[in-house]
Write a protein that binds this ligand. Structure first.
Ligand SMILES: Nc1ncnc2c1ncn2[C@@H]1O[C@H](COP(=O)(O)OP(=O)(O)O[C@H]2O[C@H](CO)[C@@H](O)[C@H](O)[C@H]2O)[C@@H](O)[C@H]1O
Length: 752
């Protein structure tokens, strides 16, 4: 028989029995309950292992006899009061302990059902810890639905309803009052409870740890890429007053962190709309990688033709070029997180297939207009309704065609206290082309006389002349070359093409960054050009069969004998002195003595185009010389060839060898510039490396490397397979390079 202070207490007993026979109350909880109870009410519960229970009196601080209450002088009254009080308190507390027990269960259930990351754990940890800290003396009795709560552990989805039904503890309620349940709000009931948990806590968590991002300074309408995206999203239908914080939780912070900037890349060509070579590829893909890091990024390129995606945005401006007013208007497309802005003007129209064509003076005028207008794009061209403005802004100019931009930024703005915080980077893709001319050309650029010295250059070849690249290099805040090797080479007399002096003087602001590649466009797994005519997509897993099929398709398409065992060598490139086509010409007799096939694709110098035709005419069973510019054929040659030949005299970076390695095609290259940086020579003893290199641009060296390569292809299948796989396994994406560009942009930003 249970007792309180030695007296029979059937009512208390009944109440406690109800509590203790609750299906959700384990011996462990009863134990907790008993321990807690003892310190508060003057009675204690204890149980033995067989779960028989009984009360035991315990001393209560402040009681005269160390046993019970003090209701009156009459011991019977006092006892009765004590019993009544105990009854109420016991009933109240047993219910409340049940609530605690259920909350504990619920928390551990959520914990075991959620696979989410630390953020949740932090929250749950706190929730869990918070339970024992409830101020019990001021807590109200609460009602729980035992049947429902008993089953909440069975599925995470039920956690939602359980959370909704667990009533709030309201300190103002009095002991003995009918307990009330706070109904969950409508808003809360629409959310998954785990989301509610995450949301509440993540908010606090985020605000503590996230860096603060640069905010608009001189231009009120500037937004970051992330904000831009948000506004697009909200415009597209996430409406309503209830702000769903769960969305916020899932949005990762920008990779650029506190370095988020507004970036405008300006280039004379931009793939896929316009391309004559590697510059077009870079302008089309580097900006996307920068945008992925969280920057707000724009590309400004000429509108040479009627492109499908960009839409006219109704902005027109006039600029003076060589005394003439030229009108420009703008077209805009937002693709893969990048604002592509195309400048339309009479001068650019119909130049699509001859971007750098025309007389020297005509090209110069085009580039003057392009740069004058481009530097003002952040003021006049709204992207997503908002102009970039000049705060936190950096321009990336590319090669001589846009080297006037840093000069205009300085002369028209910064020297006049405008756009003071805007910076410019000049990227050297090829220093051999510089925008040279007689000094009189200075009149065409429309600058005050005292800027002439920036352009004036003397070298033994050109004498004293006007040099646009020179002015750009001197004026840009930072200079990037497209590989480390090339950064070193352009400081030498041989590699600097007359600009080595200026580059050496600017050494402190020069950095080499190896190009990346667009892994969407150039990926054998989903290359759109491999989906017809017998070609197939392939990956490293299906390399053997997939590549063999592409090779057969290429041979068939070009009318070469379809033979799997013959090594097929490819060449793709602009036909000029740089690319070493004449070195291949010298090696042709040796090559034709071998059992191999050669496919060449290129356009450029007429004499070299003629050479390609000649090769094919003389060796119809072995050689194909495709004169022209065909992106599809370039992709197919990259996939179908076994070997890619690049005997470039100089190569600032080179993209074709990178594409080749991605497609399991082994490069044989002159170890120069970016080719040396990216093609580690094969080491047969260690089974390492990615291809063959030769150390000087002459035919005998090329032949020697090619001989070893073909020998490995024929006789060392495993080594060959290893070479291909190592090439394919590299991460050649733009993401690494974009991070390095970001470092340069930040360095420029803080440079005065
Ligand atoms: N006839 C043809 N048909 C179809 N596609 C063709 C083609 N001829 C060339 N291409 C394509 O144009 C691009 C050429 O890229 P490269 O990097 O080799 O050359 P380029 O010398 O123009 O670029 C300069 O800039 C780039 C970018 O920085 C540097 O990598 C490089 O070293 C430097 O000389 C490749 O995408 C290639 O497939």
């Amino acid at each position: 028989m249970a007792s309180v202070c030695g007296f029979s207490t059937p009512i208390i007993e009944r109440k406690c029995r109800n509590v203790l026979t609750s299906p959700t109350l384990s011996p462990r909880k009863i134990e907790n309950l008993a321990v807690f109870n003892g310190s508060t009410t003057g009675v204690s519960l204890f149980f033995n292992k067989g779960q028989h229970w009984r009360f035991k009196p315990v001393p209560v601080a402040g009681s005269r006899d160390g046993v019970g209450g003090t209701a009156g002088d009459d011991p019977d009254d006092s006892l009765q009061a004590s019993i009544e009080k105990s009854k109420k308190v016991l009933a109240l507390q047993s219910d409340f302990f049940q609530l605690i027990a259920e909350r504990r269960k619920m928390v551990s259930s959520i914990r075991s059902h959620t696979t989410d990351l630390d953020e949740d754990d932090i929250f749950l940890e706190q929730k869990d810890k918070s339970l024992p800290d409830v101020d019990l003396t001021s807590s109200s009795p609460v009602r729980t639905d035992e049947d429902k709560n008993a089953s909440i552990l069975s599925s995470s989805s039920r956690v939602t309803s359980a959370m909704e039904e667990v009533p709030e503890i309201r300190p103002s309620d009095k002991v003995g009052d009918e307990p009330e349940v706070d109904l969950p709000s409508e808003k809360a009931s629409n959310l998954d409870s785990t989301q509610q948990l995450k949301t509440t806590d993540s908010k606090a968590f985020k605000s503590d740890v996230l860096p603060s991002f640069p905010s608009s300074s001189s231009y009120p309408a500037r937004v970051t890429a992330a904000e831009n995206e948000n506004s697009t999203k909200s415009g597209s239908g996430v409406v309503g007053e209830v702000h769903d914080p769960a969305v916020e939780v899932e949005k990762p912070p920008p990779l650029a962190g506190a370095n988020v900037m507004n970036i405008i890349l300006v280039a004379a060509e931009c793939a896929p709309w316009s391309k004559t070579g590697g510059l077009g590829d870079v302008a089309g893909s580097l900006p996307k990688a920068l945008a992925r890091r969280g920057h707000r990024v724009m590309v400004v390129a000429p509108r040479y033709a009627d492109y499908a995606e960009p839409q006219y945005i109704g902005v027109q401006k006039k600029y003076k070029v060589d005394g003439q007013d030229m009108e420009v208007s703008y077209y805009h497309a937002y693709i893969d997180g990048v604002d592509f802005v195309f400048m339309d003007t009479a001068m650019f129209r119909h130049m699509q297939s001859d971007i750098y064509g025309g007389k020297r003076q005509d090209i110069l005028k085009r580039m003057v207009l392009f740069c004058k207008a481009a530097v003002e794009v952040p003021w006049y061209v709204p992207c997503g309704g908002v102009c970039y403005g000049d705060g936190n802004l950096v321009f990336i100019a590319n090669d001589w065609h846009t080297a006037l931009l840093p000069v205009y930024l300085k002369a028209f703005y910064r020297d006049n206290g405008l756009m003071s915080f805007t910076r410019s980077i000049l990227v050297i893709h090829n220093i051999a082309h510089q925008g040279r001319g007689p000094l009189e050309d200075f009149r065409s650029v429309g600058l005050p006389d005292h800027y002439l010295d920036l352009f004036r250059l003397y070298d033994p070849v050109g004498g004293e002349h006007f040099n646009i690249f020179a002015a750009g290099l001197k004026t840009a805040d930072r200079v990037v070359s497209v590989s480390h090797g090339y950064a070193w080479e352009i400081k030498t007399v041989e590699g600097g093409w007359g600009l080595h002096g200026i580059i050496n003087e600017s050494d402190w602001k020069l950095q080499g960054i190896v190009n990346g590649i667009d892994t969407e466009d150039w990926n054998p797994q989903n290359d759109v050009h491999l989906r017809s005519d017998g070609y197939t997509n392939y990956s490293i897993e299906t390399l053997q069969t997939g590549k063999a099929q592409c090779k057969a398709a290429l041979q068939k398409e070009l009318g070469l004998p379809v033979r799997e065992e013959v090594p097929l060598i490819g060449f793709i490139g602009r036909l000029d002195q740089q690319k070493g086509v004449d070195i291949i010409a010298e090696a042709i007799p040796w090559m034709m003595d071998q059992d191999l096939q050669l496919v060449m694709l290129g356009t450029g110098r007429q004499d070299l185009e003629e050479l390609l035709r000649q090769f094919e005419a003389q060796h119809r069973d072995k050689v194909r010389g495709w004169v022209g510019f065909s992106v599809q054929t370039a992709h197919r040659i990259t996939a179908g060839s076994d070997i890619l030949l690049m005997p470039s005299r100089f190569e600032p970076c080179g993209l074709n060898q990178l594409y080749a390695m991605c497609y399991g095609t082994v490069p044989v290259v002159h170890a120069v510039g970016g080719l040396r940086d990216t093609v580690q020579p094969f080491n047969p003893f260690e089974e390492s490396g990615l291809g063959w290199t030769f150390d000087s641009a002459d035919a005998s060296k090329l032949i020697h490397a090619l001989e070893n390569c073909v020998l490995t292809y024929r006789d060392y299948k495993e080594s060959w397979d290893g070479l291909r796989r190592r090439g394919m396994m590299q991460d050649l994406s733009w993401d690494n390079a974009a991070q390095k560009y970001e470092e340069v942009l930040v360095a420029a930003k803080y440079q005065w």
